[in-house]
Design a protein around this ligand. Structure first.
Ligand code: NAP
Length: 487
């Protein structure tokens, strides 16, 4: 357990750009501020990269690629393994740092450090399992030699909601596969990534393999790097709208892409479900990360026979959640990331109420300072409410009733997104049947959390392309090469 203070953990982090293995000032010494969303107070200033700094980072990644691709896989794995150990040894101080910049309660931040570290442990093991093949061609004389090679220099862009785990979920497989990187964390939460950078450097990551850009001008700095063509891969986690724009940019030089985009998860509860388990799962699926998760349950569809009882129990649990600064003991609901998030959540709730939804608890902001919104439950939410289409990204649970399985599946699938769906039933056949019919990359069957470094995480439809984690996660950073052998 660390005894480091709030200012101590912030002071300990490098605030400059990390290029070619060196901490480097941004052009002109420019900086921007990082703020605590629970108070609005300034935590520190970090380097504000220019497009020129961005190009220097790409140059460094390109220069390091050839040697890094030849580095023994076991040693790449050992770097990840040492970084895993360091993350876990420093879990307490890193959790505090994350809570300060992002707002999530300390207990959740500790959980994210462990989850983030687990990607490094997993990919430390995957680094030495990159396989290939040797096969006889159908004509009997030729041979197929199949091998896998690193994609090449990769651009990684991560969001603010999981400041550490969204980084390790990309850096882990990139290191394991032998790709160099330029990574850009979100401007609102750069400190966790900066702390992780030093951990990887201390664990022996060679200079130039990981280059880190913090910037207040993400579009201006990243677009030239994507269009440059020397980076061969973009791995992005963030909103669908930004993801679409980046896909267009990638098309110019035909970059490989992995896109982890937005979600609009349905949560189905059938009459035959274990209701207490369904409420527990609903609390996890809705309130993990204060509702600011791509996997957050965004729409609850509950069968008519249990909808009143489910709503009553969920309301009781939501109304009892302690709200406050994430650093305070016992707090479960921290602040939302910024004022824009509060405005969005407030307008979605008023829209639903105007269309006839009933507010069972919450439905309002909490007096400042900080960006707090009350845990909220709404029932009778009509299908045309805006929140049925848009990511709420806050602590709001909208409930609607359904009668038949077909009706539930149709409502669940009525979205452009397809990241995750949840369903609760004690009928195994129904559970599997509905899981197959749900248009989502992941399904939580009687389970409110699906994230697991050993499982393939990702969406279909406009929730993205590719998978992170699991045995397929490393493939996102590998190219398959086939050698036609004439014997
Ligand atoms: P966002 O606005 O799309 O930003 C994501 C990242 O992209 C940030 O680093 C951001 O930097 C950067 N960015 C924004 N505009 C850019 C541009 N024109 N060029 C290059 N980079 C750009 O998303 P967010 O608000 O941070 O995150 C929330 C979203 O992420 C939600 O939609 C959520 O569902 C999604 N998400 C998805 C997953 C998943 O695995 N599918 C996981 C977590 C979150 P700046 O913020 O510094 O501008």
């Amino acid at each position: 357990m660390s005894t480091v203070s709030e200012s101590g953990v912030v002071d300990a982090v490098g605030k400059e750009l990390f290029i070619g293995g060196k901490w480097t000032q941004a052009t002109g010494g420019r900086t921007f501020g990082v703020h605590d969303p629970s108070t609005g107070g300034l935590l520190c200033e970090v380097a504000d990269a220019s497009p020129q700094d961005g190009m220097a980072a790409l140059d460094a990644a390109v220069a390091a690629q050839a040697d890094w691709a030849q580095y023994p896989p076991r040693e790449r794995g050992e770097i990840l393994r040492r970084s895993y150990d360091a993350l876990m040894a420093r879990q307490e101080e890193l959790a505090l740092l994350m809570t300060l910049e992002m707002g999530k309660p300390l207990a959740e931040a500790r959980g994210e450090i462990a989850y983030a570290a687990e990607f490094f442990r997993w990919f430390a093991e995957e680094a030495v399992r990159i396989d290939g093949g040797y096969a006889t061609a159908p004509n009997g004389t030729g041979r197929f030699l199949v091998t896998k090679q690193p994609v090449g220099p990769s651009i990684l862009i991560t969001p603010w909601n999981f400041p550490m785990a969204m980084g390790t979920r990309k850096i882990g497989p990139a290191v394991a596969a032998g790709c160099t990187m330029v990574i850009k964390p979100a401007a609102q939460t750069p400190l966790s990534m900066l702390a992780l950078t030093q951990i990887l450097a201390d664990a022996g990551l060679p200079d130039g393999v990981l280059n880190v850009l913090t910037t207040s001008d993400s579009g201006g700095v990243m677009e030239p790097l994507i269009r440059d063509g020397r980076a061969r891969k973009l791995s992005f986690t963030g909103s669908t709208s930004v993801g679409r724009k980046l896909l267009e940019q990638c098309s110019e030089k035909v970059l490989r892409t992995s896109m982890e985009l937005g979600g609009n998860a349905p949560f189905l509860v059938f009459d035959d479900a274990d209701l207490e388990a369904a409420v527990d799962g609903a609390m996890q699926a809705k309130m993990r990360n204060i509702g600011e998760a791509c996997t957050a349950a965004n729409r609850f569809y509950v069968q008519r026979g249990v909808v009143d009882e489910f709503s009553r129990r969920l309301t009781e649990r939501m109304a009892a959640l302690p709200i406050g600064r994430g650093t305070e003991g016992g707090v479960v609901v921290g602040p939302l990331i910024d004022e824009a998030a509060i405005e969005k959540v407030s307008s979605l709730v008023s829209d639903a109420a105007q269309r006839g939804a009933q507010v069972l608890t919450g439905g309002a902001t909490v007096d400042g300072p900080g960006n707090f919104y009350q845990p909220t439950v709404l029932t009778g939410v009509p299908a045309d409410a805006r929140m049925a289409d848009e990511e709420i990204f806050g602590p709001v649970a909208p409930i609607s009733a359904f009668d038949t399985e077909d009706e539930a599946v149709a409502a669940a699938n009525n979205t452009e997104y397809g990241l995750v769906s949840y369903l609760y039933t004690s009928d195994l056949k129904r559970g599997l049947r509905v899981s197959e019919r749900l248009e989502a990359g992941m399904v939580g069957l009687n389970q409110g959390v699906v994230s697991n470094p050993a499982a393939p995480f990702g969406g279909i439809k406009q929730s993205g392309l590719g998978r992170e984690g699991g045995t397929v996660g490393i493939d996102e950073f590998l190219e398959t090469k086939y050698v036609a052998v004439n014997l």
